[in-house]
Design a protein around this ligand. Structure first.
Ligand SMILES: O=C(O)CCC(=O)C(=O)O
Ligand SMILES: [Fe+2]
Length: 197
């Protein structure tokens, strides 16, 4: 894994967006995808970012994905395999970049056909503990015509990233605004944040 971590950090340092196209192996990616599909069937995914009713409408205009938080207490082998990789990555980050990461949170995300997430920053105004964002895509055979690209806004340009199976994207949470473009097919991912105190 070290080599993959290194390539993510090198691309992050070079371009502000760390990337690897083989972060999750096909087997783990498939198992995580199956968990999401089961949660979807069982109606356990929750519309993302719901507050009260007024907020609900407002939210729907900003994002239309459904989420489910991963948790070691679920005692799911594959969620735990995923967390093991994240624990390794945190150690790597803290050892090589002195990043001082003390925690993380990850959720599954399901963007049904016609879903999107408008331009935003991942750090909340009243809480700065999200240091880095990371997204891992689980979409086999994703085609350009499926849409659902991640668009990252740099100072003078924008960068379009297709949500391909096994790919991960890593960037600083308070720095880069980004958006999920309209998805024409169900789009699945694990998204999360590395936190500092
Ligand atoms: O799925 C993606 O490509 C980005 C998701 C995102 O921006 C978020 O959940 O904050
Ligand atoms: Fe985001």
């Amino acid at each position: 894994m070290e080599q993959i971590f290194e390539s993510i950090i090198n691309s992050y340092l070079e371009t502000k967006v760390g990337q690897s196209d083989q972060f999750l192996n096909d087997d783990l990616s498939k198992q995580l995808r199956e968990i999401i599909l089961l949660l979807f069937q069982e109606n356990q995914l929750k519309a993302a970012g719901i507050g009260n009713n007024a907020k609900f409408l407002e939210n729907k205009l900003i994002r239309s994905d459904f989420i489910y938080w991963l948790d070691r207490n679920h005692n799911n082998v594959y969620e735990n395999d995923f967390f093991d990789i994240m624990d390794e990555f945190v150690k790597y980050l803290n050892r090589t970049c002195y990043s001082g990461i003390t925690g993380y949170e990850f959720h599954f995300a399901y963007y049904d056909k016609g879903s999107f997430y408008k331009r935003h920053l991942d750090q909340f105004r009243d809480n700065q503990n999200r240091a880095f964002s990371m997204i891992m895509y689980l979409n086999e055979n994703w085609m350009a015509s499926d849409g659902g690209e991640l668009c990252i806004y740099h100072e003078n340009s924008s960068q379009i990233i297709s949500p391909l199976n096994g790919r991960c994207v890593f960037f600083k949470s308070n720095e880069l605004e980004h958006e999920v473009l309209l998805s024409y097919n169900p789009r699945m991912s694990v998204t999360g944040w590395f936190k500092t105190n």
